[in-house]
Design a protein around this ligand. Structure first.
Ligand code: SF4
Length: 382
């Protein structure tokens, strides 16, 4: 299966660029996101942007929409935000969603570069998520933003094996090149992470392959790896992926039918996800690799409530990895509904729904020291 040689570009006038999130996003540490392109010529065979759910115009991988007025719209939005108090907590997320900000069309339009310049002028911290080595072109701007506030660059991988990637990700540079770019960025003092996501069942999910990914990440200076399994929604996404299986891995069709049973969200069975998460968790502990963005990469960017929310959500994830019960996700959600800073609340924090005695103790430690020793033990696998 090869990427189509021709990509049709559709220019549109956008009404808005920034997308405000309801609460801080603890995977990305962002409170705003933005996409300058819709659709993606990288055309990864597993991309869920292909699913009908996202209503991307045209044929995914062949049609790309460009928001040609993005810079003017973003300038107005940033100026408005700059006048507000308090300022946004966390990063502004550049990319992700249903289009890579550094896909080939960026070479022509340079919208990502121009918007980074704006974000730099207005001194907003940024978190870029991409699969492209074109990000290296903007190392000057990213370095400047990193010095003024903070910049974080994350790369997504489904494997670090170049041969497998050539089949699954026909439009992106091989993982070996992405790893070289990570080394270049980290050498320039820009922190980098990996979203090892999605891991492809029976193709890139063996303990050996996962360990190889962690080793390579470590070797190239990556500071964290966020891990996740693949979803396959019924319809275009699943049909496209199955065509690849029939071509290259026909012997795997039966196993795929066992784990993908038509779930509404495209999820594989819980047993399958649990098994790969456990494998990853054991291996990442062996290498002391955090599986969420560690606090030193966002410490000075978030409000105290958001710091508590993020840490509690991370603890919730880490405990569930170990198949343990956790009250922390619910407590984090309740705190996200508060309009007052936790430190200004008088009396008992147990009046907040989901906050019990132990959770209150953790929150107080975070409020007093900015840290949580229980969390750090879980996160760094010490
Ligand atoms: S780079 Fe990301 S958005 Fe683009 S096709 Fe691949 S998975 Fe989808």
């Amino acid at each position: 299966m090869k990427s189509r040689p021709y990509v049709a570009i559709h220019e549109v006038i956008a009404k808005s660029i920034l997308r405000k999130q309801k609460k801080i996003e603890s995977w990305f540490l962002s409170s705003y996101g933005m996409n300058l392109y819709r659709g993606c010529a990288h055309n990864c065979v597993y991309c869920d942007g292909r699913s009908e759910k996202y209503q991307v115009d045209g044929e995914f991988g062949c049609d790309v929409t460009v928001k040609i007025n993005a810079v003017d719209v973003l300038r107005r939005e940033l100026e408005r935000i700059k006048k507000r108090s308090p300022q946004p907590s966390g990063y502004i997320m550049v990319g992700g969603g249903v289009g890579d900000s550094y896909q080939p069309v960026e070479q022509t339009y340079q919208l990502t570069r121009k918007t980074l310049k704006l974000l730099s002028d207005h001194e907003f911290p940024i978190h870029i998520l991409t699969k492209s080595i074109l990000v290296q072109r903007d190392i000057d701007l990213i370095t400047t933003i990193n010095k003024k506030r903070k910049a974080l660059v994350s790369f997504s991988f489904s494997t670090v094996d170049d041969t497998i990637s050539e089949r699954l990700e026909p439009g992106v540079p091989p993982p070996s090149k992405r790893l070289e770019t990570i080394a270049t960025l980290t050498d320039a003092g820009i922190p980098c992470g990996i979203f090892l996501l999605p891991i492809i069942p029976f193709i890139s999910d063996s303990p050996q392959r996962i360990e190889e990914s962690i080793q390579q990440a470590k070797k190239h200076g990556v500071e964290f790896i966020v891990f996740g399994g693949m979803t396959l929604k019924e319809g275009k996404q699943k049909d496209y992926f199955y065509a690849l299986l029939e071509q290259y891995y026909p012997e795997l069709l039966t196993e795929y039918n066992i784990i993908y049973r038509g779930d509404t969200w495209g999820n594989a069975t819980k047993e399958y996800y649990d098994s790969i998460r456990r494998t990853f968790d054991l291996l990442r502990k062996k290498y002391h690799m955090p599986c969420r963005i560690p606090p030193h990469l966002y410490d000075d960017l978030v409000t105290e409530n958001d710091r508590v929310i993020v840490i509690l959500e991370h603890i919730d994830y880490l405990l569930k990895l170990q198949r343990r019960k956790s009250p922390y996700g619910y407590a984090a959600y309740s705190i996200s509904r508060l309009s007052t800073p936790l430190s200004s609340m008088t009396g008992d924090l147990q009046q907040i729904k989901g906050v019990g005695r132990v959770t209150e103790r953790l929150i107080r430690e975070i409020l007093t020291t900015g840290r949580c020793s229980y969390y750090e033990t879980l996160l760094f696998g010490r």
